[in-house]
Design a protein. Structure first.
Length: 255
């Protein structure tokens, strides 16, 4: 069931989204050669504390997970697509890093993700990240009243496929509200004009995930959380929480 949010609730969700934006900005600024993923997790955790917010990631355990998630960020490096668990791994020159983060404030959740490189960037990684950001922008542009979920999915998928990148099947965006994952599902590939009609008050996370090698294959790592590319190519992830309104899409996690 899809819950339509009131304008007041969307304003409150924006406040949660701004905590997310501040945390992702702080993490990106701190990420450098030699910095550990656990140190980045602590930086994000401190942003939550300062805001009086909590983490929807910490302790989260969906049906597929063997253990509750142990951190407030997902930190996915190089061939990790999403759901990477922060460890003591210290960043190397040229690493491609994707950080996914959520915050709960006043009973509402915000969810967003960024990808970036550390140190000297590889040209292929820069192209991959830019394609993920273009796909996100295309999905947001399609998130208008009168369109359907399929229009968002088609916009994202067109950018990804045209650029020659793979898309992990079965993983994509979702509704956001009182909980991090709500209806509806928002795929990263689909047919235009199909699916649930978009209405004022819907709030969704739009999140393209791109596989650099061009194939779609992926697998779960031994930790049961991290998804890695089968071809060992690098991956990128971009995400915003977006409210669908009569005035157009409103990015609640804008940085």
């Amino acid at each position: 069931m899809v819950e339509l949010k009131t304008d007041t609730s969307i304003d409150e969700m924006y406040e949660a989204g701004q905590v997310v934006g501040r945390a992702l900005t702080a993490v990106r600024e701190a990420a450098d050669v030699g910095v550990s993923l656990l140190e980045l997790d602590e930086i994000a955790h401190q942003v939550l504390r300062d805001a009086g917010a909590s983490s929807p990631f910490l302790g989260y355990r969906p049906s597929f997970a063997p253990t509750p998630f142990p951190a407030v960020i997902c930190a996915s490096v190089n061939d990790a697509i999403v759901h990477g668990i922060p460890t003591g791994y210290r960043l190397h020159d040229g690493d491609l890093v994707s950080i996914d983060f959520g915050a709960e404030l006043g009973g509402w959740v915000g969810d967003s993700a960024i990808s970036f490189t550390v140190g000297t960037p590889r040209a292929a990684d820069v192209r991959l990240i830019k394609a993920a950001e273009r796909a996100l922008a295309a999905g947001i542009a399609a998130a208008v009243v009168g369109n359907r979920i399929g229009d968002i999915a088609h916009a994202i998928g067109t950018v990804c496929r045209t650029a020659g990148y793979g898309i992990p099947e079965g993983f994509g965006g979702h509704g956001v509200g009182r909980h991090m994952h709500e209806d509806p599902s928002v795929p990263n590939e689909g047919r235009p004009g199909r699916g649930l009609p978009l209405r004022h008050g819907m709030v969704i996370a739009i999140e393209p995930m791109l596989i650099g090698g061009g194939t779609d294959g992926f697998h779960a790592a031994p930790d049961g959380w991290t998804l890695r590319t089968n071809d060992h190519s690098r991956a990128a992830h971009a995400e915003h929480t977006v409210a669908i309104t009569d005035a157009g899409p409103r990015i609640l996690t804008a940085r």
